[in-house]
Design a protein around this ligand. Structure first.
Ligand code: FAD
Length: 486
């Protein structure tokens, strides 16, 4: 059996950032991830907003970590070479009830220490965002909010943690955990590990992973969300993240001008009745109806994709006739349980992306304390460089790159202008599926949604990984693209 100081279960945003924080210390650390890659769960299907911090209750851990995360995001993205757009957000109201909500959030924001917040009149909102409905009567402007590709941040944290000595094992679902002496024994699909402390960052399965060695206390009752992605022809339709606070109770519309130039519309909030991550016709219809109210001139014919997401809603539970039932009230702050060396992050929803580094640091501190502290590594390097992107280079830089590496001159994805060199580098850095390449390079994210480049990416994956083309998956086991050869 292999021994580690710390084992982290799950390589989503939180597992990757905790690994990065811990990789700054002299210790043996392994991350066990059930899937074939990082950030395939909640961390890849979310809204990608960096919140300013006025949305959460003053005085909570969630608020503290969100405000801290939001403030430090520009510096973090510079360290990790991740594109970040600090475009600011405007929460808009179309009536008196919503206007009241804005005023409450403004007051909360001031108490939370959010900088630059101010209330706007309807006409001021429309000056900033002329494509919003003329019914908008007030706005709450937060200049510190922004947006990024959530998976880019997680992948960057993963690469940086790995470069600093953290080990990641994929296809390593943890099936059993037992306490032995003061330590833990974990049985996974990648073998058995003995660890002095365990961090459970298993996302939608964090409750079940905890229950591998603790009695039930809280469980996740997921709800679903639907999104629409509009082509980059919608670039500039709105310039800020727009939150629409509806006049009636319920979820309003969110519009995000993404760093890639698309417009993200959503999410809805509804019961999950289909497969995890599935969209729902009624949910998508609800989005269209909200758009007609809030942005009536938006041409939804520009939609190039829809996708679904799952919210890991945590509830304390009680047993009734052998069934675990949720208590009436959900949990609104971040839940970090610490149980004799097992630290569990359970039901971390919004703003978990904004707070990912702060939460990772927070969990790392608890684990280090459990180990009695460890010396900092003399050679820890917090910086990581992204895959070279010829689209962001000058002509002279591009010419220099293609002179030494001609693959950076061969276009694979025509919609996004992604080159073969980028795809090869993504594979070298750990992409094993077509979606893994997509998340690292953007190949397949454009208008044709990989209609033209999927076959080329598939060939490159098969060739570089030396595996049969029929075994290449779009997104994890069971999603093989080819049925056989002719
Ligand atoms: C709809 C939605 C929208 C959101 N929008 C925003 C936003 O705009 N801004 C913001 O700040 N936050 C947002 N969030 C929150 C943010 O996305 C999450 O807090 C964050 O992604 C959680 O990451 P995670 O690492 O906990 O989970 P995940 O990314 O799901 O990672 C968990 C990992 O654990 C692995 N795993 C599970 N079981 C096992 C096992 N037994 N063994 C090994 N591995 C296992 C899974 O395969 C997975 O890779 C949103 C969340 C949702 C649901």
């Amino acid at each position: 059996m292999e021994h580690r100081d710390i084992v982290i279960v799950g390589a989503g945003l939180l597992g990757c950032f905790a690994a990065r924080a811990l990789s700054a210390y002299e210790l043996d650390l392994t991350v066990l991830e059930a899937r074939e890659d990082v950030c395939t769960g909640v961390s890849r299907a979310n809204t990608g907003i960096i919140y300013a911090g006025y949305d959460t209750r003053p005085g909570t851990l969630k608020t503290r970590l969100c405000v801290e995360g939001s403030r430090s995001m520009p510096a973090l993205c510079r360290e990790l070479d991740v594109p970040f757009s600090r475009c600011g957000s405007i929460m808009v109201a179309c009536g008196p009830r919503a206007e009241d909500v804005l005023r409450r959030k403004y007051a909360d924001g001031l108490e939370n220490g959010v900088e630059g917040l101010h209330l706007l009149r309807g006409s001021e909102v429309l000056d900033l965002e002329p494509n919003l409905s003329g019914r908008v009567c007030a706005g709450l402007y937060a200049p510190g909010a922004g947006t990024l590709d959530p998976w880019s941040l997680g992948i960057a944290a993963y690469e940086n943690a790995r470069a600093n000595g953290a080990e990641f094992r994929f296809g390593a679902a943890v099936r059993a955990i037992r306490r032995e002496g003061g330590a833990f024994v974990l049985a996974s699909d990648a073998g058995c590990f003995r660890a002095d402390a365990v961090l459970n960052c298993a996302g939608l399965a964090a409750d079940r992973v905890r229950e591998l060695c603790e009695p039930p206390l809280l469980r996740l009752f997921p709800s679903a969300a639907d999104y629409l992605v509009l082509d980059d022809t919608a670039r500039g339709f709105v310039r800020h993240v727009i939150f629409h606070e509806p006049e009636e109770k319920g979820k309003g519309l969110t519009l995000v001008p993404t760093v890639d130039g698309n417009l993200l519309v959503g999410p809805t909030e509804r019961d999950r009745d289909g497969a995890p991550g599935a969209t729902d016709a009624a949910g998508l219809a609800q989005l269209r109806a909200l758009c007609a109210q809030v942005v009536p001139s938006l041409d939804l014919g520009q939609t190039i994709r829809s996708f679904g997401a799952d919210r890991p809603n945590p509830y304390y539970v009680r047993e009734e006739n052998g069934v675990w039932l949720p208590e009436a009230r959900g949990i609104s702050s971040f839940t970090v349980l610490e149980e004799r060396g097992l630290v569990s992050l359970i039901g971390i929803k919004t703003p978990g992306l904004t707070s990912a580094k702060a939460l990772g640091d927070y969990a790392a501190e608890k684990l280090l304390a459990r180990l009695g502290g460890r010396p900092a590594k003399a050679r820890f390097d917090p910086c990581r460089r992204a895959i070279p992107d010829p689209r962001r280079m000058s002509e002279a830089e591009r010419a220099a790159l293609t002179a030494t590496q001609p693959s950076y001159g061969r276009i694979v994805c025509r919609c996004r202008g992604v080159t073969e060199g980028e795809v090869l580098e993504a594979i070298r850095r750990g992409a094993v599926t077509i979606d893994g390449v997509k998340r690292r390079t953007g190949a397949g994210m454009g208008r044709c949604q990989s209609g033209f480049c999927m076959q080329r990416v598939l060939e490159l994956l098969a060739r570089e990984r030396n595996v049969p083309a029929v075994s290449v998956c779009k997104d994890g086991p069971g999603s093989e693209v080819l049925r056989g050869t002719l």
